[in-house]
Design a protein around this ligand. Structure first.
Ligand code: PRX
Length: 662
């Protein structure tokens, strides 16, 4: 079991909610009472209160086909209508939906009325391109308003989006397009990142050039360049977004779709080389996104300015940039670029400029700000902030305390939220008006959610014990499957523990500890999934990318702890003997690292790569990653008695020490 950060040291400090905050908070004790009195009624009530149902549901949960769940299944709704039209109809059309800021400093303010109109046009455009209910649309866009518009337009017509993070390579994009059999790709010419244009359309071209494809059209948003002279253009396939939306009506009536209509597929790394297409549907997902966004962030839509720094290419961007905030009618900041362009105070400048009151970001970002020093945020007025959130990886108590003290002026509640692509929405988190928070702990399952820490047999551990995080009861935002692979869905998530009378138990892949008060502390992944800067990467996927290189005979990848990014990718590679001479030339390790970045995306580039003669294996041939992790983290090497050849580790560790001191 890997523990990327020793996250178990309870800090002496605890922070009760400020009295003023508690008195006005959205979430009160009544929530937990209602949930424990009747959990399904609780969810039915939340859903009816938070959403508009074109046709009300009569059944809350159908778990008879477990682990394939159906929530609110006989109800009908339109997800985009819930995020847009109803706010305009309620008289809030002039409220700002998006305060968008481009990296070069260009801005756009988009009201709910404008966003609704843009989505209606885009929905008409998609329909005119032949896209309808159930069709898959790949979205490969930067953080620009059109990303939000595209997702909502797809949702509005009952189609299914598959957003691919703009940092993924053309190969990764192609694999996702093929798996989902997307008919349309929506992209941009490029995006601004670190003061330069990162081209996107060329990656789409490369992806589609790799053999016959299901993609019929490519819609291109003009973001980076004033003309198309830098772009390859395939007539009949490629269309400018701005030309096409200008030709369609901005009137569009949102039709209701069944609650279980698929809403999106989002690919995430698993323990094999092949990413999994996590499938989410409409009514249950939107209920949980809206409920958690409202209560965990204590949202007051009339007055708050909310900012979630995640990219729409990740689940956090889906649930807490697009669906949760917009369903709740929030005003939010959307920022295209990186935190340090054009200067290292850019985020704090944006908080001051837009008077951001609720901030949601990742521990990696917090740790890199800590490193840069408190003087930088100290130059800006951050007094508008009233709540801070953290997500994506365990937050160490030092980072938690710095976040609260330096960014939150020792005044704002901090909520550490645990969840996953698969859970759709937040599962474990303090409620800011109720919970006395502990730095470094996600603490309590939200009202309506059941999460336990169990041993390997699935039995709950006592307070003070450690084990695995498990979810024994279905929840509305849960994944409904892995696209095209029901067997993998059952095997990956529902087969680790014995089923209970109530049905199968979900395995999250995380280790966790319960402290003596019964609060939950997350300890990191227990499988071969790494968490680098809050992004999930699979050791197997990077290994298969390395062995695809003609020089590489074998590769082993581990996640080693890293002060800033939580974990970092460290690779050990054996070169084929006939390429030993090529590889002896300088720059080999760099070119292999670049190969991974090019195949998967820059986030997967190994921090370090070591050429070795052998890998530590058990007698049955299984690579012992635990030992490699010991080496990569500079620890004494653990028990090697099960190794087929005990001398291997000595050689590797000598090589490692030599290179580190070189
Ligand atoms: O290991 C947990 C970690 O991130 C994993 C989920 O990754 P992903 O699906 O990419 O979603 C990230 C954003 C929700 C989890 O299995 N993780 C996420 N949040 C936390 C966390 N680990 C500890 N504390 C958290 N708050």
């Amino acid at each position: 079991m890997s523990t990327p950060l020793e996250n178990t040291t309870a800090s002496a400090h605890v922070f009760p909610p400020p009295a003023e905050f508690a008195a006005a908070a959205a979430a009160t004790e009544g929530l937990a009472a209602a949930a424990s009195a009747d959990r399904l009624k609780f969810w039915a009530d939340r859903s009816q209160q938070l959403l508009h149902w074109h046709r009300p549901f009569t059944e809350v949960l159908d778990w008879s086909g477990a682990p394939f769940a159906r929530w609110f299944a006989d109800g009908e709704l339109n997800v985009a209508y819930n995020c847009l039209d109803r706010h305009v109809l309620a008289g809030n059309g002039d409220r700002v939906a998006l305060h968008w800021e481009g990296e070069p400093g260009d801005t756009r303010t988009v009201t709910y009325a404008e966003l609704t109109r843009d989505v209606k046009r885009a929905a008409n455009l998609l329909t005119s391109l032949g896209i309808g209910q159930g069709d898959r649309v790949a979205i490969y866009l930067p953080m620009i308003p059109e990303a939000v518009v595209a997702m909502l337009a797809v949702a509005r017509i009952g189609a299914v989006h598959s957003v691919v993070f703009g940092g993924f390579s053309s190969e990764s994009l192609r694999a996702r397009i093929d798996d989902a059999q997307a008919r349309l790709v929506i992209t941009a010419d490029g995006s601004w990142r670190k003061g330069k244009v990162t081209p996107l359309k060329p990656a789409v071209d490369a992806a589609l050039a790799a053999g016959p494809t299901t993609v019929e059209k490519v819609l291109v948003v003009q973001r980076a360049w004033a003309s198309d002279q830098k772009l390859g253009w395939q007539d009949g396939r490629d269309l400018w977004w701005h030309d096409e939306v200008a030709q369609v009506s901005d009137e569009h009536t949102a039709k209701p779709f069944p609650a279980e209509n698929p809403l999106f597929i989002l690919y995430t790394s698993g323990t094999t080389g092949r990413p999994k297409g996590i499938l989410h549907t409409s009514g249950g997902y939107l209920t949980q996104a809206a409920y958690t966004h409202r209560n965990v962030f204590d949202l007051r839509p009339e007055t708050d300015v909310y900012w979630c720094t995640a990219d729409v290419g990740w689940i956090t961007g889906h649930s807490y940039v697009v669906y949760g905030p917009l369903a709740n009618g929030a005003s939010q900041v959307l920022y295209e670029g990186t935190p340090d362009t054009p200067h290292s105070g850019r985020w704090w400048e944006l908080i001051e400029k837009y008077k951001v009151s609720l901030l949601y970001t990742a521990p990696t970002a917090i740790r890199s700000f800590m490193k840069a020093g408190r003087e930088i945020p100290g130059r800006f007025d951050l007094s508008s902030l009233r709540l801070l959130g953290s997500v994506g990886e365990p937050i160490n108590p030092e980072a938690w305390l710095w976040y609260r003290e330096v960014i939150g002026a020792d005044r704002t509640p901090v909520v550490d939220t645990w969840w996953q692509t698969e859970t759709g929405g937040i599962m474990v988190s303090p409620l800011p008006g109720i919970t006395t928070t502990k730095p470094g702990a996600a603490q309590t399952p939200l009202p309506g959610i059941v999460v336990e820490v169990v041993d390997e047999r699935g039995t709950p551990v006592a307070d003070g014990g450690s084990g695995l995080l498990a979810i024994p009861e279905p929840w509305p935002g849960m994944l409904r499957g892995i696209w095209g692979d029901p067997a993998r869905f059952v095997e990956t998530y529902w087969s680790t523990f014995p089923a209970r009378e109530t049905g199968p138990v979900y395995f999250a892949g995380d280790g966790a500890r319960k402290d003596p008060d019964g609060d939950i502390w997350l300890l990191g992944r227990v499988d071969d999934v790494m968490n680098v800067s809050g992004h999930r990467l699979s050791t197997a996927e990077i290994e298969s990318s390395l062995v695809a290189h003609p020089w590489v005979a074998e590769a082993a990848v581990v996640g080693a702890s890293d002060e800033t990014t939580g974990q970092a990718v460290v690779a050990f590679v054996i070169i084929r003997s006939r390429h030993a001479e090529d590889a002896a030339a300088a720059g080999t390790t760099d070119s292999l690292r670049a190969h991974v970045a090019q195949q998967i995306g820059p986030i997967a580039r190994p921090r370090e790569l070591f050429l070795v003669n052998e890998l530590p294996k058990t007698r049955s041939g299984k690579i012992m990653r635990r030992l490699l992790r010991d080496v990569a983290e500079g620890r004494a090497i653990g028990d090697t008695t099960t190794l087929a050849d005990a001398t291997v580790m000595r050689a590797i560790s000598e090589r490692f020490t030599a290179e580190h001191h070189a």
